[in-house]
Ligand binder design. Structure first.
Ligand code: NAD
Length: 480
């Protein structure tokens, strides 16, 4: 469970064994810049060996009784609850998020194991006479085959279980490539699955600093029949092009640019509470994080004042200090956020609030609130992915909707309104996959998570999540 600080064989996990590699890479604590582990660096040969192991394990795992697959997932869920504290420590260590956010993530991650343990035994299919008679039609759902899973650093546990749990429930074996920033949590989950009774080779993990080589190897291998990716839209497009070569089934959970809309009749106190969660949970590094706040002009000043006051109460620092807000992931993320703020200010935005930071180490970014943001500012159009909050005012509902729907992304949105029907009208008109109504979070393992337009293809969670790892087979039976 604890990261092996210097063990050069810690990392690549194939067929239940950690594999030595000639190279390793460092994992850094973004809150302190300390190196917390050296992890073996996988390459194309490891990627191939991982598919060999997954293909070898495929036959017995797919023919396992659904109840037996469910039992492993139930056991893994119980172990995740038992290990919640140490897993949260690990997440906070390599990702930097607050302890409260890390514990919330473990709970969310565990819920995918539980949900898919429950779904594993509910086989779907059908049987019946064909309309014209003469045949019987049997439709059954089969595991799609070896699945390649690629996950980001912002939710190092939940993005792994959101893919691994439905894949296992469906009867697929898998090869997993976690983000290089956060491989330790993925490895701890693989260990937990083994402890829960998952046979060796069913899930194989290849951490790497060369994702193109590893994932490219997988997409070129005829035994890999599925790619499930969570990450940026730019990388998603690259993988879709590669997947097209062999027509590999693709699920893509990509970037977001969630608008947070507040109407003039909203409960402002509740909207501010929701806004804090939507913007500062995970330091703003969530695909569903609110990007811009679109507040009706009649209440904008009150909302802004309360929001800034609440932001000023956030304690910023390493998770170990009990802070509410941790660092962002990297120096690059700090530079990007600085540039976004500078660009907005240069285009006329006003700095309404910026926290004072005293940290001399760690990739900390002060919570920042901007008003009078011009539509041409880069942060107006692009995913901010950090604790920077632009507030924009509006008066005309139709014009606002039209403007928001110009976006090429469409993952999540939030609407706060005192009139539920109006909120639902808004939600139905917005071109997005998920809408939080009078709530600042939308994620729930029992609900279909995903976006429209360039935010992705397919859904994770709910029944849809398991169907993404299945294909239907229909049998036409002669029935004279
Ligand atoms: P990223 O696209 O840079 O990386 C995601 C994963 O892809 C990592 O494992 C990375 O190593 C891998 N990768 C990078 N280049 C690759 C390549 N050429 N070939 C194969 N794999 C490659 O994204 P990130 O910075 O890690 O994560 C942040 C992004 O993820 C944001 O855009 C965020 O919105 C998105 N995200 C989306 C969801 C969702 O469910 N829609 C959830 C979390 C994060």
């Amino acid at each position: 469970m604890n990261p092996a600080a210097v063990d050069p064989s810690y990392g690549i996990l194939i067929g239940g064994e950690h594999r030595c590699a000639t190279a390793s890479f460092e994992v850094e604590d973004p809150a302190t810049w300390e190196v917390v582990a050296h992890v073996t660096d996988g390459g194309a040969a490891d990627a191939l060996a991982a598919v060999d192991a997954a293909a070898e394990a495929a036959g017995s795992w797919r023919s396992c009784a659904p109840r037996d697959r469910a039992a492993v997932l139930h056991h893994a869920y119980a172990l995740m609850r038992d290990r919640a504290e140490s897993l949260a420590d690990l997440i906070a260590l390599e990702n930097g998020k607050s302890r409260a956010d890390a514990l919330a993530e473990v709970s969310y991650a565990g819920d995918f194991l539980r949900w898919y343990a429950e779904e594993a035994v509910r086989s779907s299919g059908s049987y019946g006479p064909s309309p014209g008679g003469g045949t019987r039609t049997i439709v059954t759902q089969l595991p799609i085959g070896v699945a390649a899973l690629v996950t980001p650093w912002n939710f190092p546990a939940a993005m792994v279980t959101r893919k691994v749990a439905p894949a296992l429930a469906a009867g697929c074996t898998a090869v997993l490539k976690p983000a290089a920033e956060t491989p330790l949590t993925a490895l701890a989950i693989a260990e937990l699955l083994a402890d829960a009774g998952l046979p060796a080779g069913v899930v194989n993990v290849v951490p790497t600093t060369d994702p193109g080589a590893v994932v490219g190897q997988w997409l070129g291998d005829r035994r890999v029949r599925k790619i499930s990716f969570t990450g940026s839209t730019a990388v998603g497009k690259v993988l879709l092009r590669q997947a097209a070569e062999r027509v590999v089934a693709s699920s893509m959970e990509l970037g977001g640019n969630a608008p947070f809309v507040v109407t003039e009749d909203a409960d402002v106190d509740a909207a501010v509470r929701g806004a804090l969660v939507a913007k500062f949970r995970n330091g703003g590094q969530a695909c569903t994080a609110a990007n811009g706040f679109f507040v009706h002009a009649a209440i904008a000043e009150r909302f802004t004042e309360q929001f800034c006051a609440a932001a000023a109460r956030l304690r910023i620092g390493p998770a170990a200090t009990g802070a509410d807000l941790g660092p962002v992931i990297s120096a690059r993320a700090v530079d990007r956020l600085d540039e976004l703020v500078e660009d907005a200010l240069a285009r006329g935005a006003r700095l309404r609030y910026r926290a004072d930071l005293s940290a001399d180490r760690g990739w900390f970014v002060p919570p920042t609130v901007l008003t009078h943001v011009d539509r041409t500012a880069t942060l107006y159009r692009e995913e901010i992915f950090g604790p920077v909050a632009p507030i924009v005012t509006w008066e005309d509902e139709a014009a606002l909707l039209e403007e928001l729907n110009q976006d090429d992304l469409g993952l999540a949105a939030y609407v706060y309104s005192g009139d539920l029907q109006r909120a639902v009208r808004f939600a139905e008109a917005l071109e997005v996959g998920m809408v939080g109504i009078n709530r600042g979070v939308v994620s729930d393992p029992s609900a279909p998570f995903g976006g429209v337009k360039e935010s992705g293809l397919g859904r994770e969670g709910a029944r849809a999540g398991i169907e993404a790892f299945q294909e239907s087979r229909y049998l036409s039976v002669d029935w004279p």
